[in-house]
Design a protein around this ligand. Structure first.
Ligand code: S3P
Length: 199
């Protein structure tokens, strides 16, 4: 939705520091977090900065199913959606390095979580309730938020999911800051993580 308007040619030419031959740079980065956390918006910007393709798992699931997430939920239920989601994410993790934005429930699946841990670097965009409520109110195509009051639903999801999301490799706060500020925090956290992981 929000494109990386401030990204210049420099951003895709390895100016972020590390040469493109560094294999750690080539690992898939997986954005996780609740609906409205900014996974797609920040993920797109991150991909541009790292010179990696950006892929949105929800869009891939829709393409694979030939129908919208809402239709998949309606026809196959949440369990059917989760099956498709697991398969699609596994396929993407087995492909070339990308920045992958996952749907909010993906990391809750133990098998998907194990795949992400084995094949990628996970980044949790942690947001507060008000931010999530505000951002999710801009769209009306999320089945889970249509079953009741979005604020109550998001509160419950925070309780259920945040203890699991914190298993991510990296956590970055995604509050009401400009996207470029959050992006910089992600880049800094990623660099620190890679430095700590380096042999
Ligand atoms: C879901 C989040 C959605 C989408 C589906 C279920 C969830 O993705 O995968 O509606 O369980 O939190 P976003 O987090 O990208 O909105």
């Amino acid at each position: 939705m929000i494109e990386s308007e401030q990204i210049t040619d420099d951003d895709s030419s390895g100016q972020d520091g590390l040469p493109s031959t560094n294999s750690a740079e080539k690992q898939t980065i997986v954005m996780i977090g609740l609906m409205g956390a900014g996974k797609t918006s920040i993920g797109r910007r991150l991909a541009a900065r790292l010179g990696l393709p950006f892929v949105d798992a929800d869009e891939e699931i829709e393409a694979a199913a030939g129908s919208s997430i809402e239709d998949i939920f309606e026809r196959h239920g949440e369990a059917g959606f989760r099956d498709g989601e697991r398969r699609v994410i596994e396929r993407l993790l087995d492909g070339p390095p990308i920045v992958l934005a996952t749907g909010g429930g993906a990391f809750m699946d133990a098998e998907t979580r194990a795949q992400i841990a084995a094949k990628g670097i996970s980044i949790w965009l942690r947001a507060d309730l008000d931010t999530l409520v505000r951002r999710t109110s801009r769209r009306n195509d999320r089945p889970l938020l249509k079953t009741g009051d979005p604020r109550e639903i998001l509160t419950k999801l925070m309780e259920q999911r945040y203890p699991i999301y914190q298993l991510a490799d990296i956590t970055v706060d995604s509050f009401d800051a400009p996207a470029d500020e959050t992006l910089q925090n992600v880049l800094d956290a990623l660099a620190a993580y890679r430095a700590a992981e380096a042999p």
